[in-house]
Design a binder for this molecule. Structure first.
Ligand SMILES: *Cc1c(COP(=O)(O)O)cnc(C)c1O
Length: 294
């Protein structure tokens, strides 16, 4: 069984800044691909869910912070497919549950809180062994959903993108999505990621481990537009999101896509892109988190 998928449009962004720079900007509305499992999370989960079903694992076990888009998407996806899910959540339980965890619980996800120290062991085989003993026969998906099966899904997504653009932009968290986009895109395209976390230079090695062609040089990650760090924001970012929504009717999420679009607009303003460039930005979804921050 597979998740529902709605075909998504590519929309042109008309904005005076874009027009005066002489470039064209489009947005792939992947935020619209599913009512609950949105954006890149749909593609990252696709082959993980298929593999769990193939291995006849009744339960998917994964990791995330209390506001995680991945936890939200996994809870909805497993519910849709009739699988059980367990969310290993970083930190103490706080009640009442926040909207993300309230939703996850309503979808049937069983939450298990671990201390920050234990959470750091999330990829340690001994810790995973302990979790398996405790929660039974589970298919384990790492934090943020990033593994080889996730990269494979994003590679398929890349093949669905329009050919008549020269640069593809997307936000970066763990790097699984951009790795798939690099793998699945023709070598002549430029792939430009925007790190949503501070000090994102380590992402280069993380991305490289998943690349089919380790020598690929057609990609770059901008690390300047993190606004203080993961899930941090400033009044400037919020007013940018508001202006963007008013002029384009496209709502961005504050953790990822708003930082990408802010950075992209800044680069366009600085004439980073030659006139005539055709730029595609990917809306990776994740709007569930906005009410927490705004
Ligand atoms: C998870 C997420 C990302 C980051 O994806 P990675 O594969 O971890 O780099 C980007 N945008 C949104 C909306 C997300 O939820």
């Amino acid at each position: 069984m597979q998740l529902l998928y709605n075909a998504t449009p590519v929309q042109e962004i008309r904005h005076k800044l874009v027009e005066s720079a002489g470039v064209s900007l489009f947005i792939k509305r992947e935020d619209l691909n599913h009512p609950l499992v949105t954006g890149n999370k749909w593609w990252k989960l696709k082959h993980n869910l298929l593999q769990a079903q193939l291995e006849q694992k009744p339960t998917l076990l994964t990791f995330g912070g209390a506001f995680s888009n991945h936890i939200y998407a996994t809870a909805a996806a497993t519910h849709e497919l009739g699988l059980n899910s367990i969310g290993i959540i970083r930190g103490e339980e706080t009640t009442p549950l926040n909207p993300t965890l309230t939703f996850a619980t309503a979808q049937g996800m069983q939450l298990h809180y671990v201390s920050r120290e234990d959470y750091r062991r999330k990829n340690d085989p001994i810790f995973l062994e302990e979790l398996t003993r405790r929660f039974g026969n589970s298919f384990i998906v790492p934090e943020g959903g990033s593994n080889a099966l996730a990269v494979k899904g994003c590679e398929e997504f890349a093949k669905s993108l329009p050919a008549d653009v020269d640069t593809i932009c997307l936000p970066v968290g763990t790097g699984g999505t951009i790795a798939g986009i690099i793998n699945g895109s023709p070598a002549e395209k430029r792939i430009l990621g925007f790190s949503s976390l501070k000090g994102g230079n380590f992402l280069y090695d993380d991305v490289k481990q998943w690349l089919n062609n380790k020598e690929a040089a057609n990609w770059h990650i901008e690390t300047r537009y993190h606004f203080g760090g993961y899930a941090k924001h400033t009044p400037e970012l919020i007013s940018f999101m508001q202006e963007f929504a008013e002029t384009t009717r496209v709502v961005l999420d504050i953790v990822y896509t708003a930082k990408m679009m802010f950075g992209l607009f800044d680069l366009i303003k600085q004439q980073h892109f030659p006139k005539g460039s055709r730029i595609l930005a990917i809306h990776t979804g994740g709007l569930q988190g906005n009410p927490v921050y705004l």
